[in-house]
Design a protein around this ligand. Structure first.
Ligand code: GRF
Length: 218
């Protein structure tokens, strides 16, 4: 069984969806640890309640990004994970860190990349007036929020949406596609080769594009 380490900074709902799927056996992984850069991250309590080892590497105690990343990598590597899963981890990672985990570091981002990298994605989607929004799981590269895409889920933007309602609609899909992507990796069906995503099985069999709310009322 493959093992994963999950990195969080806050609420940890994506982490929880992974822990839940792992607990039922739907996701065939061992969660070796959950690591937060913030001691007050709510997700740490959730992880502990699931009986998962937790660690804190507080970025405020380091004078440089590189120094923080080096200690973080040391803690991660002490668990020897096959895959490092960023789940609402709100730190920009140094090139050295990203290169060290090339092909075994994935992230979930709350937009249909390459649209809306960075912060406040739902607000920006509303401001731009897009009619389709969503979320993306991607391998992490040195370009922020811009790695090779593994899976996306699309949702409609509905009249009357505000930032909270749109975020909530996207979050439901995040909790579906992240366990799916991690499962593909755990089953050895997904890998990064020369900067490109490779699947063993046709993606279409499980839906690389999930559009659960295709029907929009007139
Ligand atoms: C999610 O929207 C995720 O896509 C983004 O940050 C948010 C984290 O939420 N990277 P949670 O901590 O998983 O609840």
């Amino acid at each position: 069984m493959k093992s994963i380490v999950i990195l969080i900074s806050g609420r940890g709902s994506n982490m929880e969806s992974l822990l839940g799927a792992a607990a039922t056996g739907a996701l065939p992984v061992t969660v070796a640890a959950v690591i937060s850069n913030r001691p007050d991250a709510k997700g740490l309590e959730t992880a502990a309640a699931h009986g998962i080892s937790t660690r804190v590497v507080d970025h405020r105690q380091f004078s440089s990004r590189e120094a923080f990343d080096e200690v973080l990598a040391g803690v991660i590597d002490s668990f020897s994970p096959d895959l490092v899963v960023l789940a609402g981890f709100m730190r920009i990672l140094s090139d050295g860190f990203v290169t060290h985990y090339e092909g075994r570091l994935i992230n979930i981002h709350p937009s249909l990349l390459p649209s809306f990298p960075g912060l406040h994605t739902h607000l920006r989607a509303l401001e731009e007036g897009v009619r389709v929004h969503g979320c993306t799981v991607h391998f992490v590269t040195t370009a922020l929020d811009h790695g090779p895409i593994v899976v996306q889920a699309a949702v409609p933007v509905l009249d009357g949406d505000d930032e909270a309602s749109l975020a909530a609609r996207v979050l439901v899909q995040e909790h579906t596609i992240y366990p799916l992507a991690v499962r593909w990796f755990a089953e050895g069906r997904l890998r990064l080769i020369d900067g490109r995503v490779e699947f063993d099985a046709p993606q279409a069999s499980e839906g690389a594009l999930i559009s659960p709310l295709a029907r929009i009322s007139p």
